[in-house]
Design a protein around this ligand. Structure first.
Ligand code: NAD
Length: 475
């Protein structure tokens, strides 16, 4: 197999490699409105060809050893690193996220890190029984063809979260990126396919109808979906006839609870990035902050000071760490939720007044205090740079408000006393509860949602098992 070299020196080289020979749909930069490039408009017929090719390639890929597939994933990580800057610039131009901060370069780095970590996990058969009566072992076999449908917020990284464990387990993969960010995923696959065997990884860049066809496809054994809860429910329905295996990473509305003993100044920067990473467009971002009345004003002040230091603007400008909303629909959601909050009498600490007439979908960093828990900005997923800060007086009340929604992806507890924080964490209904941080994912640590935030786990050995068919051998 070829080794990784810098094939794509610039984003223009990458774009040239993925441009359709004719036709295609214009993709615009959400920061400037300028044309980034054209995305091929793949159809359900293209999807059929991709699934057939992936199916044909799967037995030979599954016949390799784990060590051989791990070596391929490590080469894929090398390829990402060798082409990292071109990937980051294209991602920034299409998605809008700045190059710097926890954004485009960080996302490309995470792609390489997740590929390498996934290559390194040990997955041995488990001995379930071994006594005079006999033996029983649990093995994890390849499933076959895995379909993966992704969102527009972290398009490259989430694609790697889906494809890396799927490939490692001997499956072949067909990706369907969001129609908002197809170029990022096409470019990533172009780079990965420089070093992967032919046909183990396909990408079909179509719209919702291609996603629907993938989720209902008879020759797709498992579907990994990351996106909104509403679409997740539609996919569960359309996959039912084929009894497809599913991993559902859906929407969240993560609560953070600041206990009265927390140090407002010490936690303010981590609170800020927990909420505003990727300009708030992150599944497990802190989306509602509950602060004890004793330190409420201090936390509001400390957060406002941090927010004032974070430049927002065009992603290719090295100074910026916050960018635009990725699309007009999301801009409109954030605008209307903040308007409703302001109309209800909530207090604006920062932001809330987007400039009109600018080319990009920039929404200012917004902090809203003195807001009721049932306000739509609290109760609905804003998925943007607007954080509501709710005052509470008892921990029981804060826990009840945190658990009051039907979603439960992540949550966090902030305190100077880790044991006290762990006790509160145990009472929160969420797949992950962080203490004194929020949203910090790690390729070794399983991640998944509670309640309507989904089911199935990603990352770590547990994540590998979700991409395998469990098989008991009993003798
Ligand atoms: P979305 O649900 O609108 O779209 C996601 C993908 O589903 C797109 O590729 C889209 O084309 C496809 N799709 C749409 N309708 C479909 C259908 N009927 N059948 C099959 N596919 C269909 O989500 P989005 O707006 O791109 O992403 C934002 C949402 O994703 C937020 O709610 C966010 O919280 C969530 N998210 C969750 C995680 C997680 O790990 N839990 C990670 C990132 C984002």
């Amino acid at each position: 197999m070829p080794t990784a070299t810098t094939t794509f020196a610039t984003d223009a080289d990458l774009l040239a490699a993925i441009q359709p020979s004719s036709g295609g749909r214009d993709i615009h930069d959400p920061a400037t409105g300028g044309l980034v490039g054209k995305a091929p408009e793949h159809t359900v017929a293209d999807l059929e060809r991709a699934v057939s090719a992936a199916r044909a390639a799967q037995p030979a890929w599954a016949a390799l050893t784990h060590a051989e597939r791990s070596a391929a994933l490590n080469r894929a990580a090398d390829a990402v690193e060798a082409n990292a800057e071109a990937l980051a610039v294209l991602l920034s131009r299409e998605q809008g996220k700045p190059l710097n901060g926890p954004n485009a370069r960080f996302e490309v780095g995470a792609c390489a890190a997740w590929l390498r970590a996934t290559a390194g996990f040990e997955l041995e058969p488990e001995i379930l029984v071994d006594d005079e009566g006999g033996k029983a072992e649990m093995h994890y076999r390849a499933l076959g063809v895995v379909g993966a449908i992704g969102p527009w917020n972290w398009p490259m990284m989430i694609s790697v979260w889906q494809l890396a464990p799927a490939l490692r387990m001997g499956n072949t993969v067909v990706l369907k990126p969001s129609e908002y960010t197809p170029l990022s995923v096409l470019a990533l696959v172009e780079v990965l396919n420089e070093v992967l065997p032919a046909d183990v990884l396909h990408v079909v860049s179509g719209g919702r109808e291609v996603g629907e066809a993938l989720s209902a496809h008879r020759d797709v054994d498992k579907l990994m979906f990351t996106g909104s809860t509403a679409t997740g429910k539609a996919i569960i329905r359309s996959s039912a006839d084929t009894v497809k295996r599913l991993t559902m990473e859906l929407g969240g509305n993560d609560a953070g609870i600041v206990l009265p003993d927390a140090d407002p100044k010490a936690i303010a920067a981590d609170l800020f990035w927990g909420a505003f990473i990727n300009t708030g467009q992150t599944c497990a971002a802190l989306k509602r902050l509950y602060v004890h009345e004793d330190i409420y004003e201090e936390v509001c002040t400390a957060l406002t000071e941090v927010a004032a230091q974070m430049p927002m603007g065009v992603g290719l400008d090295e100074a910026n760490v916050l960018g635009p909303l990725q699309n007009k629909a999301q801009f409109d959601i954030v605008t209307s939720l903040v308007e409703a909050a302001v109309d209800s009498g909530a207090r604006v600490l920062a932001g809330a007044n987007p400039e009109s007439g600018q080319p990009g979908y920039f929404y200012p960093t917004t902090l809203i205090a003195d807001i009721d828990n049932d306000n739509p900005l609290v109760a609905e997923e804003q998925f943007g740079p607007a954080l509501p800060i709710i005052k509470y007086s008892s921990v029981d009340e804060a826990v009840a408000m945190a658990n009051g929604l039907d979603v439960g992806l992540g949550a966090s507890v902030w305190s100077s006393d880790k044991e006290a924080a762990r006790e509160v964490a145990a009472r929160i209904q969420a797949g992950t509860v962080w203490i004194n941080k929020h949203g910090a994912v790690d390729p070794r640590v399983p991640f998944g949602g509670a309640k309507a935030s989904g089911y199935g786990l990603e990352f770590g050995v547990a994540g590998l098992k979700h991409l395998g068919q469990p098989q008991v051998i009993s003798y």
